[in-house]
Design a protein. Structure first.
Length: 485
């Protein structure tokens, strides 16, 4: 939507100054009101409008503005049409730090969808196996990823329990407790349907995997061996969460058995996924292994089953937690913030209430703010009024899409609310809120006369006595001043 932008000059400011002394302003007609000092903001709002025309919503555009380098952002907004790579970052799991790799992959596979390209790169599949590997961040996690890009240390050994002989053919076989419990439940359910499930290989230590791997390489050569055996430290078996069921032999044709079909239909119900499915060899790095199952929990297993995803694909499509750029507020408002001219702007009323300042919208679009120590009136056309005294405008407020926006840090300073800013995140510190005074004030004003209200809150704008102050959200915590012509 194209917004009407008004740039106000000195004459308009002088006129507005006169209005501050008793003449009510007219309701605001423009979508955006700025001042000459807002030239940078004007340009950035036009950029937001351009992105909006491309289908990029405000919150998404703010995220892109923060994530992209200045060069990347400049390249984006200077285009007359949305660049191909924008679709990569519009995905909720798109990562700006991987943009160059997304573009390189797209150049190699232009027929792929954005989802395929981003998933592929997020899973590091654009890199050769065993190159640029990392150590698993949390090896004890039930959702740890162990593959040809992510390894476990040689000394890592999870918490393990010994498997009962009824569920394994291997002496002293072990699994992690939660995985073993789920395996037993699955085996019992299969038994009731006439199938027997048992482990032929569960937990393996780093040293055991090393011996197996070296044997396979000596027998079949490196290339073939690595299509079915993991290097030491890169085997899921070391997690204690994987189990080879009934066989581990390619020649057994386990995939043609009724037992396999039962597993494919039911394993997810117990939190297990077929870890190396057929047709996904390039993603998993291993041949189809119909017997190898990995415990990931019921919720993840169900998602993988329903969407036909390998574990790599599932993790590659996880949406990272959204950063809360304004923290320790009573209600989250990060989704309403605008990043303009290297600072955060927020809807004035919403910001005020979130930090314990009573706020209300006047009929002419202005905002009245009330704290324990001061009363402030803001309006795009008028000079700010603090405790009834007009103050010179600093040109920090702006009117945008029907709301008065203020710089967050300026607002906090005005009301002496302590905060700390680290990078782009603002942390609100503990402060004396208006909770108690507003609560008592509310109870007093419910039955106050118009004369009492006028004496307590002098104003040049005629008001009605009903609903001057009324509960907002939580009546004990938030109160809103409401003025009427």
């Amino acid at each position: 939507m194209k917004h009407k932008i008004v740039i106000k000059g000195i004459a308009a400011v002088l006129c507005a100054a006169c209005c501050s002394f008793g003449v009510a302003a007219q309701p605001i007609q423009e979508d955006v009101i700025l001042y000459p000092e807002h030239e940078q903001i004007r340009q950035e709002i036009q950029q937001l409008e351009q992105l909006e025309q491309w289908g990029v919503q405000q919150q998404e555009a703010t995220r892109l503005h923060l994530q992209l380098s200045e060069k990347q952002w400049g390249s984006l907004v200077q285009n007359t049409a949305p660049p191909v790579w924008l679709s990569f970052l519009q995905l909720p799991y798109g990562k700006s730090e991987l943009l160059e790799r997304y573009i390189q992959q797209w150049e190699q596979t232009p027929e792929w969808t954005a989802e395929e390209i981003v998933t592929w790169v997020n899973a590091n599949l654009d890199l050769p196996f065993y190159e640029q590997t990392v150590m698993a961040e949390n090896p004890n996690s039930l959702t740890v990823l162990v593959n040809k890009y992510s390894a476990l240390g040689a000394e890592f050994e999870p918490e393990l329990v010994k498997m009962d002989a009824a569920y394994t053919t291997v002496p002293n076989a072990k699994m992690q407790p939660v995985a073993y419990e789920a395996f037993v439940k699955m085996a019992e359910a299969a038994s009731q349907d006439g199938f027997r499930l048992y482990s032929v290989s569960a937990y393996r230590s780093y040293q055991t995997q090393k011996r197996l791997y070296q044997t396979y390489v000596a027998t079949d050569g490196l290339e073939l061996a690595e299509s079915y055996s993991a290097r030491p430290g890169y085997s899921e078996h070391q997690t204690g969460l994987s189990v080879d069921i009934n066989t581990a032999d390619f020649y057994s044709n386990f995939q043609n058995t009724d037992t396999y079909r039962w597993l494919r239909e039911n394993s997810w119900k117990y939190g297990f996924i077929l870890r190396y499915p057929e047709g996904k060899e390039r993603i998993t790095g291993y041949q189809f292994e119909p017997w190898h199952y990995r415990y990931v929990g019921v919720e993840i297993a169900q998602t993988c089953e329903e969407q036909g995803l390998t574990y790599e694909e599932y993790l590659a499509r996880q949406v990272p937690p959204q950063t809360d750029f304004l923290q320790n507020t009573s209600t989250p408002i990060s989704g309403q913030l605008l990043w303009l001219d290297h600072q955060w702007y927020a809807p004035c009323v919403m910001l005020a209430r979130s930090v314990g300042i009573a706020a209300g919208v006047r009929s002419d679009g202005g905002v009245l703010l009330f704290s324990e120590n001061q009363r402030v009136e803001l309006h795009p056309y008028l000079l700010p009024v603090v405790d009834g005294v007009p103050y010179p405008r600093k040109h920090t407020e702006l009117w945008y899409q029907g709301e008065l926006y203020v710089p967050v840090t300026d607002f906090l300073k005005q009301f002496e609310i302590p905060y700390q800013q680290v990078d782009n995140i603002i942390y609100i510190q503990e402060h004396q809120s208006t909770n108690e005074i507003l609560t008592s004030l509310y109870h007093y004003l419910k039955n106050a006369s118009i004369e009492e209200l006028m004496a307590l809150f002098p104003t040049q704008i005629p008001i009605s006595s009903e609903s001057w102050i009324a509960p907002v959200f939580d009546p004990v915590k938030w109160l809103s001043a409401k003025l009427y012509d």
